[in-house]
Design a protein around this ligand. Structure first.
Ligand SMILES: [Mn+2]
Length: 430
């Protein structure tokens, strides 16, 4: 198989950047050494880091108002895998993809697994979809799916999730992610209590079908498409459901799915405490479920989330093994560029959080030295770890500057010739 991005091109661009990079990497190494930190430890951690790319993310997204098609958009899962392969080839920190059913349905999942492996990709959590009606579907999800008032509609949604588990098994997915849009738009439309009970009963049937080694990720979201009430609206409802279902059920944190101004890093700490943190859907937001690029609006919040994660790792918190995924909608950028930029910003937050002096922070907290504690966090956040991330990429064969290399490669021009423009419907992004 020919490489999606020429290895010679990556090598020549990296070579052109080498003198400046070596100088900056060495300077950062000396700075960290003065703080008692070995830069190689950080490079090793950065090499070990990976975030999953959602298959739907490589297509151009839309809003409730419009979708403006991009050039050379992927036509099917095979094109999506190639685009994810480009992201992995250049960043080397995106080794898995998170598929979505039915959008990524094929007839042979073993073949799909091998196809992904050719790009160096594996599969992360599989996502079910009972928030849309599909062609030929018997019963509509207009009034809900797993929490629908009608038992036969709930049964249909359960059957879809069971099919996703089977596909996930074939692909080697470690988890099934369930997000439902169920809820109400009018007070009185449904019983708030009964909807939750119907949801739990339906989820019991899905949970019972999970094989050993496969987890269930419950994704909450405060509102949209239901605007008066949503069945799994917050981490409290999500945790109640997870605890009701059993140890394989955990709570997924999508950064855009919370009440405005809520302290997300504290929610993370709570879910770590009860051993129920499933993982993340990374994105950024200003107002709601904006699905903007991770780290674009509030990189400090992203760092604070990672501060909790690295602290949990440091404390060896019980059952702590989160999955990391991106979930964004790219309406005005090239999705491959946005996803690479986001993957780098997420790795940056991880590396910065790894630089927090945990012992000094614990001392300052123990002494109630407020400003010292805050300054320790800020000091780590203010270190520019770019040379560490670039070094980690290049040692694995990736690019010094993935976005610049991608633009130089002409990949989008190349695929635009064979992929016709996709007009019409907006993608469902959750
Ligand atoms: Mn999500």
């Amino acid at each position: 198989m020919t490489a999606l991005i020429s290895e010679d091109l990556i090598a020549s661009l990296n070579h052109a950047a080498k003198v400046a990079h070596d100088d900056e990497f060495a300077a950062l190494g000396r700075k960290l050494a003065r703080q008692g930190v070995d830069v190689e430890t950080l490079v090793t951690r950065a090499i070990g880091w990976s975030v999953a790319i959602p298959t739907w993310g490589v297509g151009t997204g839309g809003t409730r108002f419009a979708r403006f098609p991009g050039r050379g958009e992927p036509r099917h899962i095979h094109d999506k895998l190639a685009d994810c392969g480009v992201i992995q080839a250049l960043t080397r920190g995106a080794r898995t993809v998170s598929p979505h059913i039915p959008w990524d349905k094929v007839s042979d999942y073993n073949a799909l697994r091998q196809e992904a492996a050719q790009y160096g990709l594996g599969f992360d959590a599989i996502n079910s979809n009972s928030f849309q009606d599909q062609a030929g579907q018997k019963l509509s999800y207009k009034f809900g799916s797993l929490a629908n008032a009608a038992a036969d509609t709930r049964a249909q949604a359960v059957a879809h999730n069971l099919e996703c588990i089977e596909i996930g098994k074939a692909l080697g997915s470690p988890a099934l992610t369930v997000w439902i849009g169920d809820g109400t738009n009018f007070p009185g439309q449904q019983s708030l209590g009964l909807m939750f009970e119907n949801y739990l009963q339906a989820m019991e049937a899905v949970y019972a079908a999970l094989p050993d080694g496969m987890q269930m990720f419950i994704e909450h979201k405060m509102y949209e498409p239901a605007f008066y009430s949503t069945v799994i609206s917050d981490w409290g409802s999500s945790l109640m459901a997870a605890q009701h279902l059993g140890p394989k059920a955990k709570c997924l944190v999508d950064l855009g799915h919370h009440a405005p101004n809520v302290n997300i890093e504290q929610i993370v700490a709570r879910l770590v405490h009860v051993g129920r943190l499933a993982g993340f859907h990374f994105n950024d937001s200003k107002y709601g479920d904006d699905d903007l690029d991770a780290g674009a609006v509030d990189p400090f919040r992203l760092f604070l989330v990672f501060n909790e994660l690295v602290e949990a790792e440091h404390r060896k918190a019980k059952g702590f093994a989160p999955s990391y995924m991106i979930d964004q909608s790219h309406n005005v950028t090239d999705p491959i560029e946005s996803l690479m930029s986001s993957a780098i910003e997420i790795a940056r937050a991880y590396a910065q959080a790894s630089l927090v002096d945990r012992a000094a922070l614990a001392d300052a907290q123990g002494a109630n030295d407020v400003l010292a504690a805050h300054r320790i966090l800020k000091a780590a956040y203010l270190i520019d770890v770019s040379p560490i991330l670039a070094e980690a990429r290049m040692r694995q064969g990736g690019a010094f500057d993935p976005i610049s290399a991608y633009r130089t490669s002409g990949y989008r021009d190349r695929v635009a010739k064979e992929r016709p423009e996709v007009k019409g419907a907006s993608s469902g992004i959750v």
